[in-house]
Write a protein that binds this ligand. Structure first.
Ligand code: FES
Ligand code: FES
Length: 78
């Protein structure tokens, strides 16, 4: 399996509307932090998550979080 690319060593802090989202796990998306299909052939897959109401989120930008799609502080050790 291909290693993910570190997009940034900090989270993407976003105010998202309620809805269904696919977080990019591979780091190759041209629309980070969301999947745009660029993971094809890497063996990596996006992580799906849903929000039931408008929510402020801290989405992992380093792709090394142990609880994706959310930042768990792992970027501080990279
Ligand atoms: Fe990265 Fe889909 S583009 S997981
Ligand atoms: Fe990846 Fe914080 S940005 S763990």
């Amino acid at each position: 399996m291909t290693e993910p690319i570190i997009v940034q060593k900090k989270p993407h802090v976003l105010e998202l509307d309620a809805g269904s989202y696919y977080w990019c796990a591979c780091g190759r998306s041209k629309n980070p932090p969301f999947c745009d299909g660029s993971h094809q052939g890497t063996g990596l897959e996006p992580i799906h998550f849903e929000l039931s109401e408008p929510t402020k989120v801290w989405l992992c930008g380093c792709k090394h979080s142990a609880r994706p799609p959310f930042c768990d502080g792992a970027h501080k050790r990279l």
